[in-house]
Design a protein around this ligand. Structure first.
Ligand SMILES: *Cc1c(COP(=O)(O)O)cnc(C)c1O
Length: 356
């Protein structure tokens, strides 16, 4: 879900942005009005995520899957790239990169069924790899890195690339361990169509000749994300979301730190309810359970359709698990309030009481 305040503001400004006589969709992307929107969005995101100045923030298109090609086109130099495969999305990233470079698997949790994270101490990192790729939150499998690996401490000088599509802005990022982070905006930031890339300056300028100009990070950075028309509506709504996130408070914390505390509390409530019942189960290793995407199963799969129908009637939507995993999945992204998770837990208890 999106923050309601953001949807309300976008609706109120849809026909006339700040007295300009135009809606954002009607503006020239090179005009002064959109220039203000873009600059504010970038500045707010930098503040929100504490992005250091040696990183560029790029607003692109193509989605997470587009980046699965765009990253190797820009960073691989046609050489060796290491993948840490931990679920559906990193499987896809590894497969796509094979078209552009020697994409190896440094570690995988496929054997256990994508339920735990391979210990970094055992990763088979290649000498001279152009970069190491991992998905920091596996949306479908419900696995999250609670801490990013320190590749230097593991003996590798390769930059770390993370796909943070589904938990961007849900917790702080340790930029000292990151070379590039990418993510589609549609899970946690705004409407589909905007892709965020945060990349260290030193990684620009090494694209393969076959890299499309519009996807060359150097070109995009040199043109302030305006080499070609950027996804203006997506940037605008994501910008409103950045403002909303910056204003969030939990105790003495604000912004992304407040979100991290709130998201931890939401996730704990749901996992405790699942673990405290023999009617529901979550199979992911407790050390790497996602705070954003919580897959769970009913003890009796034949009740799934009843569970979903009752949930819908209670206003609890989109709980069906991904088809590759089955069961249920609660995606409790940033905009989902604690009350939403409380309502889900209350519904789960009631369903269990009636059907256990
Ligand atoms: C949703 C998702 C994607 C998919 O990105 P598209 O924008 O659909 O191309 C990629 N990676 C992760 C981790 C995701 O959750």
């Amino acid at each position: 879900m999106m923050p309601e305040a953001v949807l309300q503001q976008a609706a109120a400004e849809m026909l006339d942005w700040h007295g300009s006589g135009m809606g954002v969709m009607e503006m020239s992307h090179r005009g002064k009005e959109f220039g203000e929107i873009l600059a504010r969005a970038e500045g707010d995101l930098r503040r929100l995520l504490h992005v250091p100045e040696q990183f560029h923030i790029l607003f692109m298109q193509g989605g997470g899957l587009g980046e699965n090609a765009i990253v190797p086109l820009n960073l691989s130099r046609g050489g060796t790239v290491d993948f840490v495969v931990t679920g559906s999305w990193s499987v896809k990233s590894h497969k796509e990169a094979q078209r552009y470079c020697d994409a190896r698997i440094a570690a995988s949790n496929a054997e256990g069924g994508h339920l735990s994270l391979p210990d970094p101490a055992g990763w088979q990192l290649s000498d001279g790899a152009s970069y190491v790729h991992l998905c920091s939150n596996e949306t479908i499998n419900g696995i999250e890195f609670q801490e990013l690996p320190d590749l230097k401490a593991l003996g590798s000088s390769a930059p770390l690339v993370i796909d943070f599509s589904s938990h961007v802005a849900s917790r702080p990022v340790d930029w000292s361990r990151v070379g590039l982070a990418f993510g589609g905006a549609q899970k946690n930031l705004g409407p589909a169509g905007l892709t965020l890339v945060v990349v260290r300056d030193e990684l620009l300028g090494h694209a393969l000749d076959i890299c499309p100009s519009a996807f060359n990070y150097r070109t995009v950075a040199d043109n302030q994300s305006m080499y070609n028309t950027p996804p203006t509506w997506g940037i605008y709504v994501a910008g409103l979301t950045f403002q909303w996130l910056l204003a969030q408070k939990e105790g003495e914390l604000t912004g992304v730190e407040a979100m991290a505390r709130r998201n931890a509390a939401k996730a704990k409530l749901l996992y405790d309810a699942i673990d405290g019942s023999s009617f529901y189960s979550n199979r992911v290793d407790v050390g790497c359970r996602s705070r954003m995407n919580v897959p769970f199963f009913l003890a009796d799969d034949s009740r799934n359709a009843d569970f979903l129908e009752g949930a819908r009637a209670a206003g609890l939507l989109q709980l069906k698990g991904h088809k590759s995993v089955g069961g249920m999945r609660a995606s409790i992204y940033n905009a989902m309030p604690l009350e939403g998770v409380q309502a889900l837990v209350a519904y789960m208890r009631e369903f269990e009481r009636l059907h256990a």
